[in-house]
Design a protein around this ligand. Structure first.
Ligand code: APR
Ligand code: PHB
Length: 406
C-alpha cells in the first residue's frame, strides 16, 4: 500500500494550489484527478482573480505567465438605464486591481509547476472512494486509468478538493453536515468570440431584458454572457439571437456598441448558492467547490478555493512543524467566516443585476435605486470595491501564540 502525508482529491484550482503550497513546505502529497490533463487544461470557466490570488501566485513562483498575459483592470463598469457608471476599484481600495486571467490558464500554470518539481498528479483515475476518515490513517481507494486494479493510498490527512459533485463531501456523515442550498432562478449563456475587446474593463449590465456581462480573455478572444432561463437549451440560441440580445442589453444612449466576431464556443450554466458546515470531519478537510458554491456574478469561485487552501496549507504546515493541530481544528470556522461574506457579496451582485421573470415594478425600482446608490455614494462604491477585489485573509490564531508563514 502506498503512503503519503496529504491525499488530495481533485486537480482544480483548490487541489493544485494546495499541492503547490504543501510542496514548498516540504509536505508530500498525491493529487488524484478523474479527468485527463487535456480535459482539465481545456475546460472554459470564469476568469477574474482577486488581488490576493495574484499576490499568492507571484509570491510562490507561479505568476510569470499571469504577469505577462493577464489583463490588469483598475475598475469595472455597472450599466443601467442605458448609461455606464465606473467603479474605480484601484482608487477605492488603495491600489488593488481586478485581474482577468482564465481559470484554465491558472490550471496549466499549476500543473506545470507541480510536474516540473517532480510532484505527482494521477490523472484519469476512476472509482475514487474515501475510507476511515475519522481514524488516524484515512485512506483513498481508486482505479488507475479508470479500469485498472483498485489501489489504496494511506494518508495522514485527506483534502477533498473534488468540486461540487465529488465523493468527499458525502464522506462526512449527513448527521454531522449542515447544508445551506439555494438554487437561483437564473442561468448564464456564455460565449467565446474571436474579436478585439469592446471595452477596456468588464461591463455588468442590468437591463429590462435581463443581465449581460462583457468580459475578455485576450486581445483576440472575448467572453460574453447573457442571463437566460436556467432550463433553456443552447440549441434554442442561434448566433443571431444571441447577438440581438447582447446588443439590446448593452447599448447605451451615447451610441456605445459591442464589436461582433465569430462565436467559437457557447453553453448555458445554472447557478446556486451552497455552503457545507463544517468543512472538516476527522482527518478529512473540504476546500473549494466541494465545500461551497457561489453564483458567478461576484467572480468569487476560484478565489474562494484559493483562500481555503491557503488556510489549510498553513494549518498542515503548523501541525507538521509542531505537532499542534489547533489551526487544523479551526480550519472550518476560519474559512466559513470568509466564505459567508463571499456568499453574501455574490448574492448581492446577483440580485442587483438580474431580472426575475415576475419582478414587480416596485422591485425594479428598488434595484435601480441600489445601482444608483452604489455608483454615486463613495461609501457604497468602496464597499462594493473592497469585496470585489477580495476581502483580507483572516486567520483565527491565538493572539500572537502561533505564527506561520507561507
Ligand atoms: N475523483 C477525482 N477527481 C474528481 C472527482 C473524483 N471522483 N470528482 C471530481 N473531480 C475533479 C474534477 O474533475 C475537477 O478537476 O475535481 C476537480 C474539482 O475542480 P473544480 O470543480 O474546479 O473545483 P475547485 O478546485 O474547488 O475550484 C473552484 O472552479 O468550478 C470552478 O467556478 C468554480 O471557480 C470555481 C473553482
Ligand atoms: C468571466 O470572464 O468569465 C467572468 C468575469 C466576471 C464574472 C464572471 C465571469 O463576474
Amino acid at each position: 500500500m502506498r503512503k503519503t502525508q496529504v491525499g488530495i482529491i481533485g486537480a482544480g484550482p483548490a487541489g493544485l494550489m494546495l499541492a503547490h503550497l504543501l510542496q514548498r513546505r516540504g509536505i508530500e502529497s498525491i493529487v488524484l484527478e478523474s479527468r485527463t490533463r487535456k480535459e482539465i487544461e481545456g475546460t472554459i470557466r470564469a476568469g477574474v482573480l482577486e488581488q490576493g490570488t495574484v499576490d499568492l501566485m507571484n509570491e510562490t513562483g507561479v505568476g510569470d505567465r499571469l504577469m505577462r498575459e493577464g489583463h490588469f483592470h483598475h475598475g469595472i463598469e455597472l450599466r443601467f438605464n442605458r448609461k455606464g457608471h465606473r467603479i474605480n476599484m484601484h482608487e477605492l481600495t488603495g491600489g488593488k486591481n481586478v485581474t482577468v486571467y482564465a481559470q484554465h490558464e491558472v490550471i496549466k500554470d499549476l500543473v506545470a509547476a507541480r510536474l516540473n518539481q517532480g510532484g505527482e498528479i494521477l490523472f484519469n483515475v476512476g472509482d475514487v472512494s474515501l475510507h476511515d476518515v475519522d481514524t488516524d490513517s484515512p485512506k483513498i481507494r481508486f482505479r488507475p486509468d479508470k479500469d485498472g486494479e483498485v489501489q489504496e493510498i494511506e494518508c495522514d490527512y485527506i483534502a477533498g478538493c473534488d468540486g461540487f459533485h465529488g465523493p468527499s463531501r458525502p464522506a462526512i456523515p449527513a448527521s454531522v453536515r449542515k447544508e445551506y442550498d439555494t438554487v437561483l432562478p437564473y442561468g448564464w449563456l456564455g460565449i467565446l468570440i474571436e474579436a478585439p475587446p469592446s471595452a477596456p474593463e468588464l461591463i455588468y449590465t442590468n437591463h429590462p431584458r435581463g443581465f449581460a456581462l462583457v468580459s475578455t480573455r485576450s486581445a483576440e478572444i472575448q467572453r460574453l454572457y447573457i442571463q437566460v432561463d436556467p432550463k433553456d437549451e443552447i440549441a434554442n440560441w442561434s448566433d443571431d439571437r444571441i447577438w440581438t440580445e447582447l446588443h439590446a442589453r448593452t447599448e447605451t444612449e451615447d451610441g456605445w456598441t459591442l464589436i461582433e466576431g465569430p462565436i467559437i464556443q457557447k453553453g448555458i450554466v445554472s447557478m446556486r448558492s451552497f455552503v457545507c458546515d463544517p468543512l472538516q470531519y476527522g482527518r478529512l478537510f473540504l476546500a473549494g467547490d466541494a465545500a461551497h458554491i457561489v453564483p458567478p456574478t461576484g467572480a468569487k469561485g476560484l478565489n474562494l478555493a484559493v483562500a481555503d487552501v491557503q488556510v489549510l496549507a498553513r494549518a498542515f504546515s503548523h501541525v507538521y512543524q509542531t505537532g499542534d493541530d489547533t489551526l487544523l481544528q479551526s480550519y472550518s470556522s476560519t474559512c466559513l467566516r470568509r466564505v459567508w461574506k463571499a456568499e453574501r457579496f455574490s448574492w448581492y451582485m446577483t440580485s442587483m443585476l438580474h431580472r426575475k421573470a415576475e419582478q414587480s415594478p416596485f422591485e425594479q425600482q428598488i434595484q435601480l435605486a441600489e445601482l444608483d446608490y452604489v455608483t454615486s455614494s463613495e461609501a457604497a462604491s468602496k464597499s462594493l470595491a473592497e469585496n470585489y477585489v477580495g476581502l483580507p485573509m483572516e486567520y483565527e490564531e491565538m493572539s500572537g501564540k502561533i505564527s506561520v508563514n507561507i
